[in-house]
Design a binder for this molecule. Structure first.
Ligand code: GRG
Length: 321
């Protein structure tokens, strides 16, 4: 990844004179690699601190095994970036960011179970149930999911309660039948069947898109975002949510298990309908690029302040894992 990534906000928007005579300030560039790494390290440290002296010890170990197994930490970083865009300090949203990564991790643990995707590799290591057994993996997932709501409701002391209530609502919608669970059910029901583009979009908007939407919306809610910004973030998250999944489908075909840290070629083995299967690789990539462009356009009015979210949208299509 380049050390300094310019966003589409490169046109100077600051320091220009209406007469055009004053010297212009340097074009705005944004060190995305530096931003991403700094945010990732802060998230890692907050995740590490989030699991207290859990009892019994075996449960704590299984929860930590998956929560601290690495991963891109895209969801908490989106949450922090949205909080900053809405005018809040990133730390204000950290408990919510941790909660989102807990929900994501829980969904990965359950998705890998034999009754679901039946996978034995995740984030470059054996899956949770391979190490701790199925019963413990289910319970570690349950404990992470419930701890997520505890993070928001009981461990966000600096956020007004009415905002926390809205965040709890967002996380509930994203996790349950209207979100991940609903998407997963339709996904499982469609295995081995031919699926049209509308159904595929439904699955991904729920299985993947719903949590990405919750990340940016709840980050913004924590900082008291107004309705205009929330609407723009809805459009942004829909674009990145679908684009993320299209790229995921492409990587499943083009990348190795070593690079992905999970079993490559899984969609083919499980006879799943994917974007490359329906549209071909080239058209799938074109579609992902178009969705990211739409997502970025929604944040255009915020210009430089949206730089992290704009760069994160580009990262979604340029990532290799
Ligand atoms: C949340 C109550 C509740 C239940 C979960 C199992 C299930 C129901 C849903 C499955 C959701 C799922 C696994 C969706 C796939 C999302 C996806 C593309 C994950 C990969 O995300 P990355 O690439 O992974 O961000 P890292 O490891 O980098 O975090």
């Amino acid at each position: 990844m380049a050390a300094a990534v310019s966003t589409s906000q490169d046109t100077p928007t600051r320091g220009t004179s209406s007469q055009g005579t004053a010297p212009q300030s340097a074009p705005f560039t944004f060190d995305f690699a530096g931003y991403l790494e700094a945010a990732r390290l802060r998230v890692e440290s907050a995740l590490d601190a989030s699991l207290g002296p859990e009892r019994p010890e075996s449960l704590r170990e299984a929860m930590r095994y998956s929560l601290l197994a690495g991963g891109k930490r895209l969801r908490p970083i989106l949450c922090l970036a949205a909080c900053e865009l809405a005018g809040g300090q990133a730390d204000l949203a950290m408990p919510t960011a941790v909660a989102l990564e807990m929900i994501h991790t829980m969904s990965l643990i359950h998705d890998d179970l034999p009754a679901m995707d039946n996978d034995d590799l995740r984030r470059g290591r054996p899956t949770n149930h391979k190490v701790y057994g199925e019963a413990s993996a289910i319970l570690a997932g349950d404990a992470l999911l419930t701890r997520a709501f505890e993070m928001v409701a009981l461990r966000s002391p600096d956020v007004p309660p009415e905002r926390l209530l809205q965040v709890v609502g967002e996380l509930s919608l994203a996790s349950g039948a209207p979100g991940l669970v609903g998407g997963q059910v339709v996904d499982l029901e469609c295995e081995g069947k031919s699926v049209d583009l509308d159904t595929l979009e439904y699955i991904h908007l729920h299985k993947t898109g719903a949590l990405l939407r919750a990340c940016v919306i709840s980050g913004a809610l924590v900082a008291g975002a107004d309705q205009t910004l929330q609407n723009a973030l809805h459009t942004y998250s829909r674009g990145i949510g679908l684009a993320f999944q299209i790229i995921d489908d492409i990587l499943d075909v083009t990348a190795s298990s070593d690079v992905l840290g999970k079993t490559a070629g899984k969609d083919l083995t499980a006879d799943k309908t994917t974007y490359p299967k329906l549209l071909g690789l080239e058209e799938s990539r074109r579609r992902a690029d178009g969705l990211v462009a739409e997502a970025k356009a929604a944040l255009e009015p915020w210009r430089d302040r949206a730089a992290p979210l704009l760069a994160l949208a580009d990262y979604i299509t340029s990532r290799d894992r």
